[in-house]
Design a binder for this molecule. Structure first.
Ligand SMILES: NC(=O)c1ccc[n+]([C@@H]2O[C@H](COP(=O)([O-])OP(=O)(O)OC[C@H]3O[C@@H](n4cnc5c(N)ncnc54)[C@H](OP(=O)(O)O)[C@@H]3O)[C@@H](O)[C@H]2O)c1
Length: 243
């Protein structure tokens, strides 16, 4: 990819869904990917087999465990030119139904881990001459909804974070993009009691989100695609029969 400061990326939540689609796109384009996630059991077969090795490193880390993340940061490559902060999960329901531990897991995974990663990488990117940051937010970063208090809080905060660091980094050749997908056909819904209706009009593919990210990164370096909001043509949800 021509417009990156260097061809080394870190992608969180790279093992499946949107992060996996981004990982494949980057590898195809000659970018070295440090792929972070917890479960790599199906990663090799899902990724382009040819790339496992030099250009694809696996980093096993549970981002809900902030102490483990703090330790892992000391071992991660320092010369990252593209940071794709995508890992996250949904947990929905009335706030009263959540335990304190459940609230903490959502907020630590979806928000605080990204603050840690950015606190670590911003000075390194500045020292290396710049970089690109892509944050994967959500439609839940834009609009609150019934049963969405905890997830929306974590994603609204990502939007404020993106806006703030964009302003902080404007003189450092660091572009900050926020992508807010609507319902996307990934394993996100596996643990939820609802899912989008099946059919192309009702759900995005992870590749649709990946293409939007790619288009933003392909812009000339002085162009910042601040925010991309993506939705399927129609909205309708059904009960998740598996739950
Ligand atoms: N799907 C949607 O409808 C939708 C809509 C809007 C926004 N999003 C956002 O898009 C992002 C990607 O989700 P997806 O749709 O691709 O879902 P997915 O298929 O479930 O993928 C989620 C990714 O995040 C990783 N992850 C989750 N918890 C983690 C943890 N504690 N530590 C490290 N990695 C963790 C998972 O890796 P492991 O399982 O290997 O840990 C996986 O690679 C999330 O931030 C999600 O909130 C999704």
């Amino acid at each position: 990819m021509d417009n990156l400061v260097n061809s080394k990326a870190l992608v969180t939540g790279a093992t499946k869904g949107i992060g996996l689609a981004v990982t494949k796109m980057l590898l195809k384009d000659g970018v070295e990917v440090n792929a972070l996630g917890r479960d790599f059991s199906r990663f090799s077969e899902n990724t382009l087999a040819d790339f496992v090795g030099d250009s694809l490193q696996q980093i096993q880390c549970d981002l809900s465990n902030l102490q483990a993340l703090e330790k892992a940061l000391t071992t991660l490559p320092r010369d990252i030119g593209l940071l794709v902060l995508n890992a996250g999960f949904g947990r929905f329901g009335g706030l009263e139904q959540f335990s304190f531990a459940q609230i903490k897991e959502v907020v630590d995974t979806n928000l605080v881990s990204n603050l840690y990663l950015l606190k670590h990488y911003l000075p390194l990117m500045k020292a290396n001459g710049g970089g690109d940051i892509v944050l994967v937010g959500s439609e839940s970063a834009l609009q609150g909804a019934k049963a969405g208090s905890v997830y929306c809080a974590s994603k609204f905060a990502i939007r404020g974070l993106a806006q703030s660091i964009r302003a902080e980094c404007a003189n450092s050749n660091i572009r900050v993009n926020l992508v807010n997908p609507g319902p996307t056909d990934s394993q996100f819904f596996d643990q939820l009691n609802f899912a989008p209706m099946q059919g192309r009009d009702f759900v995005l593919d992870p590749e649709d989100v990946q293409q939007a990210i790619y288009a933003a990164l392909q812009q000339p370096r002085h162009v910042v695609t601040e925010e991309i909001n993506l939705q399927p043509m129609k909205r309708s949800f059904q009960k998740n029969k598996a739950r």
